[in-house]
Design a protein around this ligand. Structure first.
Ligand code: PRP
Length: 215
């Protein structure tokens, strides 16, 4: 029986694959230059699906992938319920509210918030009991406060370069994200031994990487 893993295309997926490879789950075919989307290793009984990063949890939720690697930000924004089994401790970034340097909120008006992450932003302000107006964007969110589309943005900050280069400042950090290994609940019952084995090996790799960072 194969273990099916949904791997996101891009940096997060590449780092995850390197970690899986070190843990003994390599797939030579995947390392070649190909436009294929399904790759198998007959010996280790692993099958990789290469998917768009925002779709990983969809494949896992529907059970066509037993395991997926996804950013916590993407997972939470999707609202899809899957088992979150392991924090892989890479792809680390923080959610922040940011605005133009020196921005102060005039409480007589409803705060206008531009973001790609409307669910996460809405939850954040709902916890504070603050009414907001959301503007959903799909990218280049930093532009919004600069040209008056919004008062602030809710976005992920990794190095802080994008904010700095656009004269924006963090008003508050409220949430951290990193790559997570997710599992389909029903699939876990059927393939628990194989999944637990993979989890144990990956856990060891995560600790190895952490150990090296702490040196
Ligand atoms: C993300 C995020 C910020 C930037 C943060 O954007 O939305 O714009 O990265 O990274 P930094 O703190 O290291 O500068 P992404 O690269 O996904 O592009 P887009 O949202 O504009 O499409």
């Amino acid at each position: 029986m194969f273990l099916n893993i949904a791997l996101p295309k891009g940096r997060l997926g590449n780092t995850a694959y390197q970690m899986l490879k070190k843990a003994g789950y390599s797939c030579a075919e995947l390392e070649g230059d190909s436009r294929k989307l399904v790759f198998e290793n007959e010996q280790t009984k692993i099958r990789f699906f290469l998917v768009k990063s925002s779709d990983v949890q969809v494949y896992v939720y529907h059970g066509v992938a037993d395991i997926g690697i996804v950013g916590k930000d993407v997972l939470d924004e999707s609202g899809i319920k899957v088992l979150e089994m392991l924090d892989l401790k890479f792809g680390i970034c923080s959610f922040a509210v940011a605005g133009k340097a020196g921005f102060t909120y005039d409480t007589r008006h409803i705060l206008k918030v531009a973001t790609k992450y409307t669910k996460i932003a809405a939850e954040h302000y709902s916890k504070k009991n603050q009414e907001i107006e959301l503007v959903k964007l799909n990218g280049s969110v930093e532009l919004a406060p600069l040209i008056g589309l919004s008062d602030v943005i809710v976005d992920i900050v990794e190095t802080g370069t994008t904010l700095r280069e656009n004269n924006l400042e963090v008003i508050e950090y409220f949430y951290n994200s990193s790559a997570r290994l997710i599992v389909n609940e029903a699939g876990y019952r059927f393939k628990q031994a194989a999944i637990d084995k993979l989890l144990k090996k990956l856990e060891f790799e995560v600790e190895q990487v952490r150990g090296k960072k702490d040196d």
